[in-house]
Design a protein around this ligand. Structure first.
Ligand SMILES: Cc1cc2nc3c(=O)[nH]c(=O)nc-3n(C[C@H](O)[C@H](O)[C@H](O)COP(=O)(O)O)c2cc1C
Length: 388
């Protein structure tokens, strides 16, 4: 077994083990992938202030996100088709998150259903909602999340339509994979994945198949989103969904200070500053660049979380020191899952925790809550001067 010391190690194993169409699905952004790339490269532009002669004992990464205690402020982001990266992937990722003490978010577009994950885990998880044209279906989905005792509803706002990711179209992405000569040739080189998949609880979209009727192709993410996602979602509809849910709400996919103010005004418990990992509007700025303007706009009226581009505990520290209360990771845990299942997700979390803890110590801090802009060196033009 190779020695795993960072997230890039897990990514290499993921690529080796998982069918090409699912690895590509994770490892792509929309169109030119500029935003996807800059999400990570912009983190590199921020530097850290080394401080010495500080008592480093008694360090802790523990914190809270929306009032819930977390071992570190890093939640697993909702990721569609997680159960195609590894058999029963959502159950495995949820278990790893639970054992570690961080929140797991189940995507609407998951393979394991809400009920599967609730049955397999002891603690409440977060449920991510995509709103559908079929309002009865959306209501039933919300009710199913309530019945499963989910502790927060994460409403994703940046995917009313699906950004174009060239590789997914060329690969004919579907769950389960359609058996074309190209996919068969690739699957023949992924035996371990295939054998485990034979005994998976599910191989199709578990929250959808059996719960809706009249869909032309339930295996295709592209067809489903084009036919079913609600393109009319607006703030008044979001307010109604929040009311219907009645519990903690996180609004995800906010990248503009004006939208952040609206979300805070609506009473969201938290927002996630996110560009969907560079998978939606290519050409948008990275999340980390938009964090400060958004924090300034909401003035503490809602908790601010950030995702998109986090590949290390150092990235987490930079987001927290900049002012985020929490973070989410998407690909960083998916690489782990694709590489080694549940153990891989635990490894990804452990790698990130260790990097966060050591970096915190070398910056002269012992608690994540004490991190602040005083720990960072941010280039003067980091946010840039953009004309509207
Ligand atoms: C393969 C993949 C599938 C995703 N599916 C969803 C989804 O179903 N719902 C959602 O709200 N976000 C989804 N996202 C976005 C993530 O929740 C998160 O915003 C993003 O992964 C953060 O960027 P990172 O991967 O650089 O950490 C997905 C991201 C990836 C990589």
């Amino acid at each position: 077994m190779p020695v795993i010391t960072n997230i890039a190690d897990l990514k290499r194993l993921h690529e080796r083990r998982t069918p090409r169409m699912f690895y590509d699905y994770a490892e792509s952004g929309s169109w030119t992938e500029q935003t996807f790339r800059e999400n990570t490269t912009d983190f590199e532009k921020i530097r850290l202030r080394q401080r010495v002669a500080v008592d480093m004992s008694g360090r802790s990464t523990a914190s809270t996100m929306i009032g819930q205690e977390v071992a570190m402020p890093v939640a697993l982001a909702p990721v569609g088709l997680t159960g195609m990266q590894h058999a029963d992937g959502e159950i495995k990722a949820a278990r790893a998150a639970q054992a570690f003490g961080v929140p797991f978010t189940l995507s609407t577009m998951s393979i394991n259903s809400i009920e599967d994950v609730a049955e397999a885990t002891g603690k409440p998880f977060w449920f991510q909602l995509y709103t559908m044209k079929d309002t009865d279906y959306t209501s039933r989905l919300i009710q199913r999340a309530k019945d499963a005792k989910c502790s927060a509803l994460v409403i994703t706002l940046d995917l009313q339509l699906l950004g174009q990711r060239h590789k997914d179209l060329k690969n004919g992405l579907s769950a389960p994979p359609k058996l074309t000569p190209k996919t068969i040739a690739n699957l023949m080189t992924k035996w371990a994945w295939g054998i485990e998949m034979l005994s998976a609880k599910r191989r199709h979209f578990g929250n959808i198949v059996g719960h809706v009727h009249g869909i032309s192709d339930t295996a295709s993410l592209g067809a489903w989103t084009a036919e079913q996602f609600d393109p009319t979602l607006d703030w008044s509809k979001i307010a109604r969904l929040m009311e219907q849910w009645g519990g903690k709400v996180i609004l995800k996919g906010i990248l503009d200070p004006e939208d952040a103010k609206m979300a805070a005004k609506l009473g969201a418990d938290a927002i996630v500053v996110s560009n969907h990992g560079g998978r939606q509007l290519d050409g948008a700025l990275s999340s980390i660049r938009m964090l400060r303007p958004i924090l300034d706009a909401v003035q503490g009226d809602t908790e601010v979380h950030l995702d998109s581009g986090i590949r290390s505990g150092q990235d987490v520290l930079k987001a927290l020191a900049m002012g985020a209360k929490g973070t989410m990771i998407g690909r960083a845990f998916v690489y782990g899952l694709g590489a080694m299942g549940e153990k891989g997700v635990s490894t990804a979390l452990e790698v990130i925790r260790k990097e966060l803890d050591m970096t915190m110590a070398l910056c002269g801090e012992t608690k994540v809550q004490n991190l602040g802009r005083h720990n960072l060196l941010i280039p003067e033009d980091f946010e840039g001067r953009w004309q509207p």
